[in-house]
Write a protein that binds this ligand. Structure first.
Ligand SMILES: [Zn+2]
Length: 65
């Protein structure tokens, strides 16, 4: 298991992380990759936003901080 996943692999892990808990190794690999790859950091950030948007649809007015 390499500690340097490819962007493709990172995208897959980010997507999977939406549906299940990633294990420590997977989280570490993601984190390390994010440090060096802006594209994947952005991707991950967008996935989180989408995820959040889907979960708490417009029910709450503006709970943004
Ligand atoms: Zn990347």
């Amino acid at each position: 298991m390499s500690l340097k996943p490819t962007c493709k692999e990172v995208h897959r892990l980010v997507s999977e992380g939406m549906d299940r808990d990633l294990n420590l190794v997977e989280k570490t690999r993601l984190h390390l990759h994010m440090l060096i790859c802006d594209a994947c950091s952005n991707f991950s950030g967008q996935m989180k936003l989408i995820r959040r948007a889907m979960h708490q649809f417009p029910v709450d007015k503006d709970t943004h901080e």
